[in-house]
Design a protein around this ligand. Structure first.
Ligand SMILES: [Zn+2]
Ligand SMILES: [Zn+2]
Length: 222
C-alpha cells in the first residue's frame, strides 16, 4: 500500500464556509494550512446535490474562485468538488452551482444517494466505469451509514483496477466509521490518500495526525 500524500505533502479533502458546511473561510483555511506546514491543499466543498439535500444555499458565487489568489503563503491551493454518488447507475453530481472541477472526489452520503442501498457496490463500480480517472479518489469508503451492504473487498479491487486511490478519512476514522471496512481497505488498496475532511481548523490540525498514528500503531507504516 502506497500513501499518495505522506506527512505534510498535502491534505486533499476539506470544507469551507463560502461553498458548503465548513466553519472557516477559504482564506482562514489557507493561512492555517501554511502555519501547519502543508505544501498543498484541496478545498473540496460538497456537490450541489448535497447542498440541496441539506438546505444549504450559499451566497457566494463559485466562479469567484477563478479570481482568488493566495496572498498569505506558498501553500498550493486546488478548488475541488466532493461529488456525490447519486444512484445505482453510477451517476455522480460533480458540480457546485454548475461549476465543476478537475479535482473530483467520489463520495457516498446516505442522505444524498437515491439508489437502492443493497446495490451500492454496483453503483460505485458503474461510477468508476463511467468516470474513470476523472475521480481522483473514493472519499471515506469506510463510512458507516449507507454502506451496510457494501462489498468492500470488491470495491477496493475495482478501484485498484481503475488505478483510483481510496481515502483514509480522518473525520470518519474518529467518528462514524466502519472499522472492519477500514482494515479491509488498508490491507488491499494499492494507493491511499490520508485526508482530514476538516470542517474546522482544529480538524485540519488533528484528523490526519490521528490517521498516521493509527497506521504506525497497526504497522502499516514503518
Ligand atoms: Zn461536510
Ligand atoms: Zn463526505
Amino acid at each position: 500500500m502506497e500513501i499518495v500524500n505522506p506527512g505534510l505533502s498535502g491534505d486533499y479533502h476539506m470544507h469551507s464556509l463560502q461553498y458548503s458546511d465548513g466553519l472557516p473561510t477559504i482564506d482562514e483555511i489557507v493561512q492555517y494550512a501554511g502555519r501547519l506546514g502543508l505544501e498543498e491543499i484541496a478545498i473540496t466543498d460538497h456537490s450541489q446535490a448535497a447542498l440541496d439535500r441539506s438546505g444549504l444555499t450559499k451566497k457566494a458565487h463559485r466562479s469567484i474562485v477563478q479570481r482568488w489568489e493566495n496572498v498569505h503563503n506558498d501553500v498550493k491551493v486546488i478548488f475541488g468538488v466532493e461529488g456525490d454518488l447519486l444512484d445505482e447507475e453510477g451517476n455522480i453530481c460533480e458540480d457546485i452551482a454548475g461549476h465543476t472541477s478537475d479535482f473530483l472526489i467520489l463520495s457516498l452520503h446516505h442522505q444524498v444517494y437515491q439508489g437502492n442501498f443493497s446495490k451500492v457496490t454496483e453503483a460505485y463500480l458503474k461510477a468508476m466505469e463511467k468516470y474513470g480517472q476523472k475521480i481522483r479518489f473514493l472519499g471515506h469508503p469506510h463510512i458507516q451509514k449507507g454502506t451496510e451492504h457494501l462489498d468492500m473487498a470488491a470495491l477496493v479491487e475495482a478501484a485498484n483496477h481503475h488505478d483510483i486511490p481510496l481515502e483514509f478519512n480522518g473525520r470518519y476514522f474518529r467518528q462514524g466509521g466502519n472499522a472492519d471496512n477500514l482494515q479491509i481497505m488498508l490491507q488491499k488498496a494499492d494507493r491511499i490518500y490520508v485526508n482530514s475532511d476538516a470542517h474546522t481548523l482544529s480538524e485540519l490540525r488533528d484528523h490526519r495526525r490521528a490517521c498516521f498514528n493509527f497506521l504506525k500503531q497497526e504497522s502499516y507504516l514503518s
